[in-house]
Design a protein around this ligand. Structure first.
Ligand code: HEC
Ligand code: HEC
Length: 259
């Protein structure tokens, strides 16, 4: 594959940097050249089962790949994994492609994604923007507004089902996203740090502390490590944020994500 030779080192470095931050994003998402390259690879290697337009073929039991993003709790790196490793127990084969080629395929699939939350009730976008600023922007960034304690929500409506979006707000403790698990540490000097574990290995931990500063600690220097179950995100009960306000917020998020 000669495509994107020159860009591939930059893409790889970007992917490594992104994975160190604990945020598996596609380094090639939205890149026009990568999308065209991914489309060509798709026609050659995937269309026989998934259809030339990725929407599936009548007689073959391979999924419509334009709907996977909104149907499931699916991240770009999970799709990367399915393409690289195949799906065990099915005819979906593994592929010995380079990382760059797999990200090109993911970029292509992201570009043909049917956008929007299926079944999202209508809402008032400007009311949603105000509710977002009031209740969510302290911790979340979206469409240029807000903080960074929680994940950026600019494209969340393209990646999650309505049920999982609602569950994230009504019951955040039920599933805490990787890279956002809270921890309380006490260093051997008696200094306490509260933060989120961005990544860790046997010897060290990378944290975002409660002042949003990124720091790295050596495990040998710690007195205690208390892993807290649950999310830093507060639970919003329906009496605090009624369903319609929540749908307004999702409509605001979705409106910006389509641009
Ligand atoms: C021989 C047929 C076949 C080929 C070739 C094939 N796939 Fe698949 N693919 C499948 C089937 C069948 C499944 C469903 C597996 C399951 O979940 O049971 C699948 C699943 C997937 C999924 C996971 C979808 C989900 O719901 O999570 C992705 C992503 C995917 N394929 C992408 C690709 C890409 C990209 C290529 C080409 C590089 C490709 N496939 C080539 C048959 C194929
Ligand atoms: C005090 C900070 C805080 C506030 C306020 C907050 N969140 Fe969160 N939120 C988080 C954190 C941290 C996470 C990641 C941990 C997790 O998965 O629960 C998160 C996760 C989420 C997720 C899941 C994201 C994903 O990728 O899985 C959604 C959706 C979400 N928040 C929506 C909202 C909405 C809508 C509001 C306002 C009504 C809001 N949040 C208010 C901190 C906050």
């Amino acid at each position: 594959m000669k495509l994107l030779r020159s860009g591939s080192l930059a893409a790889l470095l970007f992917a490594v940097a992104a994975s160190l931050c604990g945020q598996p994003v596609n380094p090639l998402e939205g890149d026009g050249r990568a999308i065209r390259g991914g489309a060509a690879l798709f026609r050659a290697q995937c269309a026989a089962c998934h259809g030339a337009d990725a929407k599936g073929i009548a007689n073959i039991d391979a999924p419509d790949l334009t709907r996977i993003w909104s149907r499931q709790n699916l991240s770009a790196d999970a799709v990367f994994g399915s393409i690289r490793n195949g799906v065990p127990g099915s005819i979906m084969p593994s592929h010995s492609l380079t990382d760059t080629e797999v990200w090109m395929l993911v970029a292509y699939l992201q570009s043909v994604a049917e956008s929007g939350v299926i079944g999202l009730p209508a809402g008032d976008i400007s009311a949603g923007r105000m509710a977002f600023v009031e209740s969510c922007s302290k911790c979340h960034r979206a469409h240029g507004l807000g903080g960074s304690l929680g994940p950026n929500l600019s494209s969340i409506t393209l990646q999650r089902s309505l049920a999982s979006l609602v569950a994230s707000v009504r019951d955040p403790d039920a599933s805490v996203r990787r890279g956002y698990k809270p921890v309380r540490l006490v260093t051997s000097g008696g200094y306490e740090i509260n933060g989120l574990i961005k990544s860790e290995d046997a010897f060290s931990m990378q944290l975002q502390d409660d002042t949003e500063r990124l720091r790295s600690v050596t495990k040998a220097d710690l007195q205690t490590v208390e892993r807290l179950s649950g999310s830093l995100m507060p639970e919003f009960a329906p009496f605090e944020l009624v369903d319609q306000e929540l749908f307004d917020i999702f409509n605001f998020l979705q409106d910006g994500a389509r641009e």
